[in-house]
Design a protein around this ligand. Structure first.
Ligand code: NI
Length: 177
């Protein structure tokens, strides 16, 4: 439908808790998801949460193949996830580099649960129930954080491992953010 502008860190809307979706299959929901898809694709992101385009509803999208920003990531299936619930599974946490379209040009080392089960609904209200690990688990945790007003820099344990992508990984091809 349309490529929306992505709200950046500092905008107070990114710190708010989003509201659950109660009605599925509506034109409003279809339009929102379509806008999110267009926006994520245009930005080359691995995921996008509705609040990042200023819509405070519990809707995230992610996956859909390797992206320019995360070329080494295992392929994560394209997923629309609404009203998500996460349950960490045994396996502890691991740290890895993370970025965010709302924090353009930067990367930080963020601890996330290695394995988790997530449940929610797709755009039609059909249930989703998956057990995942690694990059898939990381992306889900990152996107669901957006629904609770949490941005990844607040989860970094050692702020020395936070900086500009071009400085952290010089010479690496940097996707437009
Ligand atoms: Ni993000």
């Amino acid at each position: 439908m349309a490529i929306k502008s992505i709200i950046r860190m500092g905008d107070a809307r990114l710190l708010l808790v989003s509201a659950p979706v109660h009605e599925f299959g509506t034109a409003q929901l279809r339009g929102l998801i379509s806008d999110m898809e267009d926006t994520m694709k245009a930005a080359g992101g691995a995921g996008l949460a509705a609040p990042q385009i200023g819509v405070l509803q519990r809707v995230v999208i992610f996956g859909g193949g390797r992206t320019a920003r995360y070329p080494d990531a295992d392929a994560v299936p394209y997923t629309v996830l609404i009203n998500p619930r996460l349950k960490p599974l045994r396996g502890g946490r691991e740290e890895d580099w993370e970025g965010c379209l709302s924090v353009p040009g930067m990367r930080g080392m963020v601890p996330r649960y290695r394995r988790l089960r997530y449940r929610g609904s797709d755009e039609s209200g059909r249930p989703i129930d998956r057990t995942v690990s690694g990059f898939h688990a990381r992306v889900v945790q990152h996107e669901v954080d957006h629904l609770d007003g949490v941005l990844y820099p607040t989860r970094i344990k050692d702020l020395r491992k936070f900086g500009f992508l071009a400085e952290l990984f010089p010479g690496q091809e940097v996707a437009d953010e």
